[in-house]
Ligand binder design. Structure first.
Ligand SMILES: [Cu+2]
Length: 457
């Protein structure tokens, strides 16, 4: 244990150097902060996902509370979680995870991840539902605005390309990677583990002062409407060109997550590009607030924002008003229908102060169910009471495709009463009139752990 820690401490200066480098305003294309993959830390093992908050026997240096790697097993799936040992408020912190089959300890290919990072009060300040690992490794960077005990909640799902209603190819499904290679999938068994949710504590040390951010609050640049900007950019492969559209769901304001929908299409015919990988970075002045895994310098397979179709979402929280730069680096994966090699672009995003007004919290109409996604409560409201004769509308508010499919009580067997088919970002609503009193259970047929109920009286 001691030896392992010495090894960890030896690389902390490197991690700090990387953060300083990233803070200098450059976009580092190679992020290798924290623990290198060949420098395996010792994990504290737990088997109860609800009980990872306190880890006994931690030793602190300089009274600093260290984050220790944690390994949690849930029903045959092991998730190893390593936050940077020392994390300071506002600094970009490295989070590294990997997912394995618990029996063989072999990594799993093609796993989808929904990641939510919560502050000590439980407020989500960073979220993405379209993160994807090609070989079971998920790395990302996030700046914690609040000191204390934060939480990273991750839901992992093995359904691969079925997520966006695409025909799941054998290559794109989740395999136990006995071969150690993505191309060796034919020798690897399918590992359809469904979904698991894990929670991990991350301790963040208080910083004396917040980073100085040049505020543009009150200037004419303040964004007063949702943004929708498209850049057409050339790929590194000759003759290739990609449209990248950045849309916000609502006005972009400080203090709570602003959801962006990013859509990639071929410039030649505006058709959707399948299976792209993105690295997304948001920064202001010399302050980076979040950064997904790198595409260049580190294999794309170490976790990226990934679209099964060309649609991805990402929800960072902007800590202060001002002009942010959102950098998007794009690469195709081996399953993509278009190969542009690599492309990069930057968007200016003007963020205004909340001024106490609620922002992204959309008024929810009565008799409407919002489909949130892979994490509980999945559907909001999760239980809806209506009178007979009421038409209920389901709205997919997630970037990932979901269905609303009625099932026999307590099962995942469709009963044929209603089935929305796949609801996507572009075509996202489904309505059904409930004429007969009774209790109707429904699931998402893609993610069968997502369950809700309509009670008709
Ligand atoms: Cu679903």
């Amino acid at each position: 244990m001691k030896k392992q820690w010495l090894a960890l401490f030896a690389i902390i200066p490197i991690a700090v150097a990387v953060i300083l480098f990233q803070s200098s305003g450059q976009i580092s294309s190679s992020t290798n902060h924290g623990m290198a993959s060949d420098n395996t830390p010792t994990y504290t093992t737990t088997t109860n996902t609800q009980n990872t908050q306190s880890i006994p026997g931690q030793e602190s240096m300089n009274d600093m509370q260290e984050n220790v790697p944690v390994s949690t097993t849930s029903d045959g799936i092991t998730l190893k979680f390593a936050a940077q040992p020392e994390i300071y408020q506002y600094g970009l912190a490295s989070i590294k995870m990997n997912i394995t089959d618990a029996t063989s300890n072999v990594r799993l290919s093609h796993v989808d991840w929904a990641i939510a990072v919560k502050d000590p009060q439980g407020n989500v300040f960073y979220k993405t539902t379209t993160a994807h690992s090609h070989v079971g490794i998920m790395n990302f960077g996030v700046a914690f605005p609040v000191a204390g005990n934060n939480t990273v909640s991750v839901t992992t799902s093995s359904i691969g390309t079925a997520m966006m209603g695409l025909e799941p190819t054998p290559k794109g499904r989740t395999h136990t990677m006995l071969s150690g290679s993505l191309k060796g999938f034919k020798t690897d068994p399918l590992n359809n583990f469904g979904a698991r949710t894990f929670e991990f504590p991350v301790y963040v040390e208080a910083q004396n002062s917040a980073p100085s951010i040049e505020s543009t609050s009150g200037s004419s640049n303040v964004q007063t409407a949702p943004i929708d900007i498209t850049h057409t950019i050339s790929g590194e492969n000759n003759g290739t060109s990609v449209n990248v559209e950045l849309q916000s769901r609502a006005n972009v304001v400080t203090g709570s997550p602003s959801t962006f929908v990013i859509t990639l299409t071929k410039a030649s015919d505006n058709s959707m590009i399948t299976h792209p990988d993105l690295q997304l970075t948001a920064q202001i002045s010399n302050y980076t607030i979040s950064k997904s895994a790198a595409l260049k310098g580190e294999p794309t397979i170490h976790g990226a924002i990934h679209g099964h179709t060309g649609v991805m979402t990402w929800s960072p929280t902007f800590p202060a008003a001002g002009k942010y730069t959102v950098s998007i680096n794009m690469s195709p994966s081996t399953l993509s229908n278009y190969d542009w090699g690599y492309a990069t672009t930057q968007f200016d995003v003007f963020v205004s102060d909340t001024n106490g007004a609620s922002n992204t919290a959309q008024e929810q109409s009565p008799n409407t169910v919002n489909i949130l996604g892979l994490e509980s409560p999945f559907f909001v409201p999760n239980v809806l009471n209506v009178k007979a004769g009421t038409t209920v509308t389901f709205v997919n508010t997630d970037a990932t495709g979901h269905t609303v499919t009625s099932v026999k009580p307590g099962t995942t067997d469709p009963d044929g009463t209603f089935d929305s088919g796949l609801l996507s970002v572009k075509k996202n609503t489904f309505s059904f009139k409930f004429d007969t009193p009774g209790t109707y259970e429904y699931i998402c047929s893609v993610h069968t752990h997502m369950r809700g109920t309509i009670i008709v009286s």
